[in-house]
Design a protein around this ligand. Structure first.
Ligand code: G3P
Ligand code: CA
Length: 255
């Protein structure tokens, strides 16, 4: 965890529930986050976007089509409109009535119960979203080096540079699925503002993990969806595993 001393951290891997425990409940809903907490995930991961009227909301795709009973771009809905949508039925009838959560309600329910890995999803579509997320954290005193584990990440590196200037004490992660982002030169650039380099699992090697650690950063890897994917990542020495199935990762596993 972020708050653990480096020596403690080195001995264990953290489990991060991807969009909540999204193998067991509809992704990015309160049901999926509650399930993750029940499964004792160290963190929940979630995706933040914004509505037409500027409310921060938790949803992965930039349209509502796949995960709700509506259609259209997230940013074309007002909060009142978005809140009418059913975000659970796509996963199973027992989840009918789940709603798209606001970012703030997730912070308020889960802070202190589990860590929160916050992804700014396609922030280029939502100018000023960095300030809004920073404000929501600062209002809750979540912008301090914390017992409460908060990390902010994005595929958009400029957005993360902006966020780091706004809240320099909040750990930052950069996400990538491109090998070209993992040269020594690029990693050194990330180390200026970032605490984590978070690649897709197919790019993970022990050499990469060592080079990230040598720069004083950590590595959280995504997205584990099969039990057999865990062991090679532990062997490579990753710090955190981002998974739809938190129970696939052994608790407090020693590397
Ligand atoms: O946390 C990593 C992972 O969430 C990045 O990919 O598409 O699931 O947001 P995606
Ligand atoms: Ca994500």
């Amino acid at each position: 965890s972020v708050s653990a001393a480096p020596s403690e951290k080195a001995d264990r891997v953290d489990t991060i529930a991807h969009r909540g425990a999204s193998g067991y409940a509809p992704e990015n809903t309160m049901a999926a986050f509650r399930k993750a907490v029940k499964m004792k995930a160290d963190y929940i991961e979630l995706d933040v976007q914004a509505t037409k009227d500027g409310k921060l909301v938790v949803i992965h795709d930039t349209t509502v089509d796949r995960t709700t009973d509506g259609t259209g771009k997230v940013g074309s809905f007002t909060w009142d409109e978005l809140r009418q949508l059913d975000a659970g039925s796509f996963f199973g009838p027992e989840f009918a009535g789940e709603r798209i959560p606001s970012f703030e309600e997730v912070l308020d329910e889960f802070r202190g119960k589990t860590g929160i890995l916050i992804e700014l999803k396609s922030p280029e579509l939502y100018p000023g979203i960095e300030e809004k997320v920073a404000d929501a954290l600062a209002e809750r005193n979540l912008d301090k080096p914390a017992n409460e584990k908060i990390i902010v990440q994005s595929f958009n590196f400029d957005s993360m540079k902006t966020f780091h200037k706004l809240l320099p004490k909040v750990p930052i992660g950069v996400l990538t699925s491109n090998k070209e982002d993992l040269t020594d030169e690029k990693l050194a650039e990330f180390a200026v503002y970032s605490d984590y380099v978070n690649p897709t699992q197919k790019l993970v090697t022990k050499d990469l993990v060592d080079r990230i650690h040598d720069l004083g950063m950590q590595i959280s890897v995504w997205t584990v969806r099969k039990p057999e994917e865990v062991e090679p990542l532990l062997k490579a020495g990753v710090d955190d595993i981002i998974t739809d199935y938190p129970d696939y990762v052994p608790r407090n596993k020693h590397k």
